[in-house]
Design a protein. Structure first.
Ligand code: SAM
Length: 321
């Protein structure tokens, strides 16, 4: 199918063709028009929906194939209105800002060693773990024969600078971005304490403020996106992958197949904040779509153990010159 701009007629036609029915409400119709620019994009989403798969897969298939291969796509709302996106952001920024004032290092790595009262004794271990993590970039680059442009790395969710400090020594410049002013303050202090002066720090105060961030040659983010609901993950990846200049690359982690995970925007916004950290998931096909739309070539997607449960992946991709 050719890439055609999506309009109301197109939505109705795709529904009739693939689902054999009409769109259930004006609200759903508008959400599709907001969330998908082309017919192709909505068609991909319909063909991946549980409704379509349940209708079209033979019941026998469930009995002899690994279940996860033939499981219909779970309901994960990714496309939401700007006000819903802002509401999600406010909630996440509020949760992390509070942690930034109460127990910032522990909120990064939830070990008793890093509780406020114990941190001084274990500071070395904490920042050393960040060195190991930053060195993963070299491993991925070597394994895939990718030359890293070391001009400027942008780290989303830099926290208290655990990895930022190490990134600063392998790139000419590092920009640490965080939604929590408390974390960011400690990040700045951690770098200064180590005599590192090639860092800049950005307090992200709204989704729109992402547009004010600088361009970069490398985008890095681990154990951050997992704490953001899917619409915010999609938004951040979209805007930040666009900031990577030609010849640059990206390494980031995001859960993509958490068993049993679903996300319903209306339910989420009307629910109470969890007492624990929020954990979320973003469909892998949407990550691929974003990487493709921003001109990246994907080199590797490796299953990782960041979340302590199955389904998290680390993506490594580069943009040609
Ligand atoms: C678990 S900590 C990880 C910190 C750092 N990446 C590390 O590995 O040491 C998550 C950090 O991401 C920040 N964060 C969460 N969501 C964010 C978002 N949407 N944009 C920027 N920062 C975010 C939090 O404030 C917190 O500092």
């Amino acid at each position: 199918m050719k890439s055609e701009i999506l309009n109301e007629d197109g939505v109705h036609a795709l529904y009739r063709k693939h689902l054999g029915r009409d769109v259930e409400s004006q609200e759903v119709l508008e959400a599709h028009l907001k969330g998908h620019q082309t017919l192709e994009s909505l068609q991909a989403s319909i063909l991946n929906s549980s409704e379509y798969l349940n209708k079209n897969l033979s019941p026998d298939i469930w009995s002899f194939l690994p279940r996860n291969l033939v499981r219909p796509a779970p309901v994960i709302d990714v496309d939401v209105s700007p006000s819903e996106l802002n509401a999600i952001f406010e909630r996440i920024a509020g949760e992390w800002s509070k942690l930034g004032e109460t127990d910032p290092h522990w909120s990064v790595i939830t070990s008793e060693k890093y509780r406020h009262a114990n941190f001084d004794q274990h500071e070395h271990d904490f920042y050393n773990s960040g060195k190991h993590l930053a060195s993963v970039i070299e491993v991925f680059a070597k394994r895939n024969g990718v030359q890293i442009d070391r001009d400027h790395v942008l780290e989303l969710g830099c926290g208290t600078g655990r990895v930022t400090a190490a990134l600063a020594s392998s790139f000419n410049k590092v920009t640490g971005v965080d939604v929590s002013a408390g974390h960011l303050r400690l990040c700045r202090i951690a770098l200064e304490k180590r005599g590192i002066y090639n860092g800049s720090f950005h307090h992200l105060t709204s989704p729109a403020a992402v547009d004010d961030l600088p361009t970069c040659s490398f985008f890095f983010s681990t154990i951050v996106l997992q704490h953001n609901p899917p619409p915010l993950i999609g938004y951040l990846l979209d805007r930040l992958l666009a900031k990577v200049l030609p010849g640059g690359a990206a390494l980031f982690q995001v859960p993509t197949h958490t068993p049993g995970y679903e996300f319903h925007i209306k339910k989420y916004l009307s629910s109470k904040k969890p007492s624990d950290f929020e954990m979320h998931c973003f469909p892998m096909n949407r990550v691929f779509r974003l990487l493709h739309d921003h001109g990246f070539r994907v080199h590797e997607v490796i299953m990782d153990t960041w979340t302590g449960m199955p389904g998290s992946h680390t993506f490594f991709a580069s943009k040609s010159q």
